[in-house]
Design a protein around this ligand. Structure first.
Ligand SMILES: [Zn+2]
Length: 345
């Protein structure tokens, strides 16, 4: 490498790493650095038949509780029970490139960014060092945004009303809810962060890059901002939660599937099959590691997250207040989620 180029690149990298909190880059139109170029080349472009293997036949309607962003409510709902074999529905999309350790903040020019109310914080990119898959998994530790309940954001980008849950009919929801507390008093946000950290390490070891949406006890990013950042900087978005259902027993894991009422609304219409396929794959991974699964593994709820998602996006509920949240249990759940990610991509 020419000496001048080497010095220039080194300088650019130091600048990049030093500028924590800088605004996220747009999809580069300027000449890419060598690192960026190398990564871009390796992004496979799947143009093979996008087989829509979502089986209409597999329908289960045995749901009992439904959880919305803040609480749960009784709600029977139609379900699409994807069997976990819809992996071929994924299409790689162009996304911005970041270095290891780089902060990723909300770029105001990104689609739907203007719907966010809390966005002064930033996510952090971590890159695998070996067996690189060039796939970025957005890991979103649920809750953990102080002040998140004092502002509201639109449930749907088009301003239409929520179709499920206790606030059906509302057009706005709290920007980030506080989350539940485990029976031992531990706040959900602490456990979701610990879960995210354990999952991050396992994903990196498996060759996936990880976008830590919340990398500490608090991040000033609301659910819209978290989602839009994942849309632009990750290949999928996995939000980690435990359900605040008020039950006295551990009902097990499930993912939040997309309710029928919003499947015609964009961007949901173009992406709900990806969301549900990823969710089904995560549940299969968890099941393979012996995790208890609730019902058929999914529950249809109208979430802000999936209403704004343009990459495969899932809220996975890993249990409830009665669930064990020791590191040993979280490690096992993380193994299941990694297997689910591997099954999806
Ligand atoms: Zn939660």
């Amino acid at each position: 490498m020419k000496r001048f180029t080497a010095i220039l690149l080194t300088g650019m990298m130091i600048f990049t790493l030093a500028s924590c909190g800088k605004k996220a880059q747009d999809t580069p139109t300027e000449p890419a650095t060598e690192t960026q170029a190398a990564e871009k080349v390796e992004m496979p472009t799947e143009t093979e038949a996008v087989t829509e293997v979502v089986t209409e036949a597999a329908k289960e309607t045995q749901q009992t509780e439904a959880q919305q962003e803040e609480q749960t409510a009784e709600q029977p709902d139609e379900e699409q029970n994807n069997s976990g074999e819809n992996n071929s529905s994924y299409q790689y999309v162009e996304r911005a490139s970041y270095e290891n350790g780089e902060s990723v903040s909300l770029n105001p020019s990104w689609q739907y960014a203007d719907h966010s109310a809390i966005n002064s914080g930033c996510a952090v990119m971590y890159k695998a060092t070996a067996n690189r898959k060039n796939i970025v998994v957005g890991v979103n530790a649920g809750h953990g945004t102080s002040g998140g309940t004092s502002v509201k954001t639109l449930c749907h980008p088009d301003g239409s009303a929520k179709t499920t849950g206790g606030t059906t009919g509302a057009t706005k929801a709290v920007a980030v809810s506080g989350g539940m507390s485990f029976n031992d008093g531990t706040p959900e946000s602490s456990v979701t962060l610990r879960m995210a950290q354990i999952l991050k390490d396992k994903l990196l070891a498996a060759g996936y890059d990880v976008l830590m949406v919340r990398d500490g006890s608090d991040v000033q990013l609301d659910n819209v901002a978290r989602t839009v950042i994942c849309n632009n900087a990750a290949d999928c978005h996995i939000a980690l939660h435990w359900d605040g259902d008020g039950l006295s027993y551990d009902k097990g894991c499930f993912y939040i599937s997309v309710p029928g009422g919003i499947k015609g609304m964009e961007p949901v219409a173009s992406h709900w099959q990806q969301h549900d396929a990823l969710g089904a794959s995560l549940i299969e991974g968890l099941r393979a590691h012996g995790a208890k699964i609730n019902g058929n593994g999914s529950m249809a709820i109208d979430l802000t997250q999936t209403s704004y998602s343009t990459v495969p996006s899932v809220d996975v509920e890993l249990g409830n207040a009665c669930s064990d949240h020791s590191d040993a249990t979280l490690e096992n759940l993380a193994d299941g989620l990694v297997q689910g990610v591997e099954g999806y991509f």
